[in-house]
Design a protein around this ligand. Structure first.
Ligand SMILES: Cc1ncc(COP(=O)(O)O)c(C=O)c1O
Length: 460
């Protein structure tokens, strides 16, 4: 009996002959050329047909038999079994589309300028890390003790929060800290007040934790504390530089907010994302400085060094930090030792302070330039601080349409409407001036102002 399959033997391939045969039989069953119940030739006949030794065909059949593809029936021969073969899983490749924005100039808010060549302070910190052996076991879930101590002095000095190392937890940035906090302290259905317009990732975090989001209006001074109702369990707030409108919560409102939280037992979550960058006015101390029992403070390196570092800190009461660290100990979800060790070296060396000072000078110039160019088209707000300003446009303007036109002209800019939820307010553009090189910034602003000029009705 013939095999009825075109079988090929390749003596030069280096693959043992019996494996070559077995593989071809398998493939034939999988693709349906050999059906269940089909009788195979005897090992002797097949060996003759293929001019191989019988031990080769026998070994191939033994293999197929062991795998369940064929079975011997006494006195009748060898047959393909009726086990439905498992189709090999189709490997789906996600198509990696090139980043559509990569070639565009960006005025997106929130990403700092990063010089193409790292400076000596940066290199020194990483060299220092490379000379140390890593810790032996799982390092502490709250963060390296020396780093927590260095961060406690840092936030005391630059943000006025008097605290101990035990009040500090090292995080992978603001959003990581926020999500951890929500996971540990909130239950589904809790009400969380979030500024409207506000930070979309905070909204997404609350949404993912199935919290009820209460939209709280914002004015030029930030969160309207008077609008908070007593049935709210937590408040997310950006007091040093309201995102995205840029207001700075005045002292009276801060006091009112903390008084309200003490009375209601609500938790205040302070996102201090870009407080390092203030231009004409001195920074106010952090909200957390007023009451660490009621306020959890979130800081980040994302605006000062790079969001790619995924590094930040959370400052809270010792009991809260303990709770968060205990939760985290079970998840393994804390910043890797080399990152923490590098930040420690940067803090000790004064590198972070230097980087902030240098970029503050750069951004101050850029901000002045940006404000001057945008002012003819609307009211520019939030210019005292941060890495962006907001241009408020006449109410009849479609800010998304302007952003679309800008993108078509090669510039990415965020429409203010994207940050609004239910509280109405004027349209606008949130214009980041930090990310591009200075010539690219000038080019991007020129393109944007051309678009704004062409919409003549925008001019006041
Ligand atoms: C309001 C606000 N908070 C925090 C962050 C930074 O988040 P992370 O520290 O997770 O990078 C940003 C970045 O754009 C932001 O706009």
């Amino acid at each position: 009996m013939q095999s009825s399959l075109p079988l090929l033997i390749d003596r030069g391939s280096g693959v043992p002959l019996h494996l070559q045969l077995a593989e071809q039989f398998r493939a034939a069953v999988v693709d349906g050329r050999l059906q269940a119940g089909h009788r195979l030739p005897s090992t002797r006949d097949l060996a003759r047909e293929l001019a191989v030794s019988r031990s080769v065909t026998q070994a191939a059949y033994d293999q197929l038999h062991a795998e369940g593809w064929i079975e011997g029936r006494t006195g009748a021969g060898t047959f393909v079994t009726d086990v439905v073969p498992l189709q090999p899983a189709v490997r789906r490749r996600t198509e990696h589309r090139p980043d559509a924005d990569a070639k565009l100039l960006t005025l997106r808010p929130g990403i700092p300028y990063i010089a193409p060549t790292p400076d000596p302070g940066w290199r020194r910190a990483w060299r220092e890390v490379s000379t140390q052996a890593p810790p032996r076991g799982y390092d502490a879930a709250a963060g390296l003790p020396e780093l927590r101590a260095a961060l406690a002095s840092h936030v005391a000095r630059v943000r006025g929060i008097a605290c101990d190392p035990e009040n500090v937890l090292v995080t992978n940035g603001t959003v990581h800290g926020l999500r951890l906090l929500l996971a540990v302290t909130r239950k589904p259905g809790d009400r969380i007040a979030i500024e409207d317009p506000g930070y979309l990732n905070a909204v997404a975090a609350a949404h993912d934790h199935r919290l009820e989001i209460v939209d709280v209006p914002v004015d030029e001074d930030g969160l309207q504390v008077g609008a908070l109702t007593d049935d709210v369990d937590a408040v997310y707030v950006t007091p040093s530089h309201q995102y995205p409108l840029g207001g700075r919560l005045p002292v009276a409102r801060r006091n009112e907010l903390v008084r309200w939280a003490r009375r209601t037992g609500s938790l205040l979550i302070e996102d201090d994302y870009d407080s390092e960058f203030r231009y004409d006015v001195a920074p106010l101390p952090a909200l957390a400085q007023l009451d660490l029992e009621r306020v959890v403070h979130l800081g980040t390196l994302s605006k000062t060094l790079s969001p790619a570092l995924r590094l930040g800190w959370l400052v809270a009461s010792e009991a809260m930090v303990d709770r968060l660290a205990t939760f985290r100990a079970n998840s393994g979800d804390w910043p890797a030792w080399p990152m923490q060790a590098a930040l420690l070296a940067m803090l000790r060396d004064g590198y972070l302070d230097r980087a902030v000072r240098r970029n503050r000078r750069l951004y101050a110039e850029r901000r002045t330039h940006t404000v001057a160019l945008l002012s003819p088209y609307g009211q520019v707000i939030g210019q005292d601080a941060g890495l962006h300003v907001t241009l408020l446009l006449p109410t009849t303007t479609d800010d998304r349409q302007i952003a679309t036109a800008a993108r078509a002209a090669g510039v990415v800019v965020a429409p203010l409407s994207d940050y609004r939820r239910t509280v109405p307010g004027p349209p606008g553009l949130v214009v980041g001036y930090a990310t591009p090189s200075t010539p690219d910034l000038h080019q991007a602003l020129k393109t944007l102002t051309n678009i704004l000029s062409n919409r003549a009705h925008l001019r006041g």
